[in-house]
Design a protein around this ligand. Structure first.
Ligand code: AGP
Length: 610
């Protein structure tokens, strides 16, 4: 979603802002802009379109500075165009800001500002902030205080960066519900909405918390709350390398991330398996282990792909722990006054750790006194920091908008949690050891599936122009069907639906004819015979069957039109394997259609607005 970068120091700010914005492109955006201070004046360069376009506009202007802010916008209020692109300014143009998030009371604020004589250029909610800060500066306040006074009137969310030619040596940053981090350098400082935008310059960072505002100079920074309370902040080190952020020789981040899964799953497992004890070790859960073992109910909440991993976890928890488990969309959970009782533990699953709905759901659950567990990839992310306890999935940075390796790592972590709790409950040592052995085999099995790349590419060639797809699975593989359909629709724009295979007879079968491809996730497990009958039902209606089946399954070849064979494993771990051919199928179809798989239209990597 929208991205923020900022710089104050002694170097030319333009390449720093452009590089930072390029690093944030993966989040999805529709316009980009910067503001720098030149000879006591603010200079704004912005437009609809890509950062590379902004770069050429900035080069053509040939202006330079040692302080500036940059933004990539993903439209929420007002269409993507030049006027609505950030930065925005007050009428005199001497207070300039960029903003992520949504000002919910912007209509009320706008009306009041109009009655005070202010005029508006854009359709954005952000512009009210520039005028509001102007109101407080004109009353004699310095920029730092004026921003805090303005923010005290604001309802909604913001990651904010402000500069002003009236005070050319400071940069103001603020955060509420939208991430913002300060990068601490030597005689220079940075801000960004995501550490990836600043780690080429510094690894020393300070994460702002909600309601905090920072005044940053080239020499240092200080932080206050919106209510004027001085806050002392800890500088922490980020352990991310540039290689981890680059494409590593692959055409796209998505393919790189799919191909990385043997290592990313291994990283999720690293140091967490105890063979002799037939269990796992998860440091982040140690302080809440007793509560989890005796929990009366688990609730798992998330959005998109992370929600699908929650659905798989529901099967794991209920099979091995016999703890009633509910899975809910975070966007629904947060608004329906959920019933939370003593003995409930709630898991918040998020790759980014910044998804607005999931974060708000967690804050709502905390208000109600629930035990909140974060399952995140983003280290130091808002969900990771605000939860009571949690487990990092350690998948490494995921840049492609379509989530792939984060999904398999989320499943791996849920299986580790299941093993840990099951061994505390009634699972035997022998059974625990079998599961640990199966975990160890996963990276090698994933490698084998990835070797089927060209076979899957051939199948993609056949179906690249198909307008519709059905994905069907049962039990553990029903959520995999949902995930396969989501992957295909989000990057190839082909309409695809996932269903529990038996549910097909209650409606979707009406869609089946000789043109309808139906992807069955049909590994050899307890539902195998049932799903075979479902395949027959599709064949009887001349549908085209693509089956994801187990390696030694010859029977499937006699009924399916295409089959992709994956190694066998225990039921709980099967989705980690069965989803991979579906990721590749979606990937190759989208590539063959000539689409931008890393940044599909209308989508953002991190959805930080509700
Ligand atoms: C997945 O491919 C999506 N792009 C999307 O559904 C994503 O999973 C969702 O927005 C949740 O994101 P999170 O895991 O970062 O919270």
């Amino acid at each position: 979603m929208c991205g923020i970068v900022g710089y104050i120091g002694y170097r030319d700010t333009n390449p720093i802002l452009i590089e930072g914005l390029k690093r944030l492109e993966y989040r999805g955006y529709d316009s980009a802009g910067v503001c720098i201070l030149v000879d006591g004046e603010t200079v704004i360069v912005k437009d609809k379109g890509k950062v590379s376009h902004l770069e050429s506009l900035l080069d053509a202007k040939n202006v330079h500075s040692t302080i500036g802010i940059g933004h990539t916008r993903w439209a929420t209020h007002g269409e993507p165009n030049f006027v609505n692109a950030h930065p925005h300014s007050n009428e005199e143009g001497d207070i300039v800001l960029i903003h992520n998030g949504i000002i919910e009371n912007f209509n009320t604020l706008k009306k009041s500002l109009i009655t005070q004589g202010y005029t508006f250029k854009s359709d954005t909610d952000t512009e009210v902030l520039a005028h509001l800060i102007d109101v407080f500066m004109k009353k004699g306040n310095k920029l730092f205080r004026a921003v805090r006074l303005a923010l005290s009137e604001v309802e909604g969310t913001y990651g904010l960066a402000v500069i002003s030619s009236r005070e050319p040596n400071i940069l103001i940053a603020a955060r509420k519900g939208s991430p913002l981090v300060i990068g601490v350098g030597d005689k220079e400082n940075f801000i960004a909405s995501d550490v990836s935008a600043l780690i080429t310059h510094t690894k020393q960072v300070v994460y702002l918390d909600d309601g905090e505002v920072a005044e940053i100079t080239a020499e240092g920074f200080r932080v206050k709350t919106v209510q004027d309370e001085e806050i002392s902040k800890e500088v922490t080190e980020v352990f991310l390398t540039l290689e981890e952020l680059d494409r590593g020789g692959y055409d796209t981040f998505m393919l790189k991330e799919i191909m990385e899964q043997p290592e990313s799953v291994l990283n999720s497992l690293r140091g967490r398996l105890l063979l002799d004890e037939g269990t796992s070790k998860l440091g982040g859960l140690e302080n809440v282990l007793d509560k989890l073992v005796t929990a009366k109910r688990f609730i798992l909440t998330a959005c998109g792909t992370s929600w699908h991993s929650g659905l798989v976890a529901e099967y794991m928890f209920e099979q091995y722990l016999r703890i009633p488990t509910e899975v809910e969309y975070a966007s629904e959970f947060r608004y329906r006054n959920p019933i939370i009782e003593p003995g409930d533990a709630i898991f918040f699953i998020s790759q980014s750790g910044e998804t607005a709905d999931t974060l708000a759901a967690m804050h709502e659950a905390k208000r109600k006194g629930a035990l909140c567990i974060g399952i995140c990839n983003g280290v130091g992310s808002s969900i990771a920091r605000d939860s009571d306890s949690g487990v990092y999935i350690h998948a490494g940075p995921e840049i492609g908008v379509a989530s792939t390796k984060a999904f398999t790592s989320q499943l791996t972590v849920f299986a580790l949690i299941t093993l840990l709790l099951a061994r505390k409950k009634d699972m035997s040592l022998a059974d625990g050891k079998i599961i640990v052995e199966e975990f160890k085999l996963l990276p090698g099995k994933i490698k084998k599936i990835l070797e089927l790349r060209s076979r899957i590419e051939e199948i993609a060639e056949v179906f690249k122009d198909t307008p519709n797809f059905l994905y069907l699975g049962r039990g553990y593989n029903f959520p995999v069907a949902l995930e396969g359909a989501l992957k295909l629709k989000e990057i190839s724009y082909i309409h695809a639906e996932g269903y529990p295979a038996a549910e097909m007879k209650h409606g979707p079968i009406a869609l089946v004819d000789k043109n309808m491809p139906v992807v069955f996730i049909a590994p050899k497990d307890s539902t195998y015979d049932k799903i075979n009958s479902n395949i027959q039902e599709i064949k009887a209606r001349k549908g085209i069957v693509i089956a994801i089946a187990t390696e030694d399954d010859d029977r499937i070849d006699t009924i399916a039109d295409y089959s992709i064979k994956i190694p066998g494993t225990i039921r709980m771990l099967t989705p980690i394997l069965s989803v991979i051919p579906l990721q590749l199928l979606a990937y190759f179809i989208a590539k063959k259609k000539g689409l931008n798989v890393d940044q599909p239209r209308n989508l953002a990597k991190s959805v930080t607005v509700e």
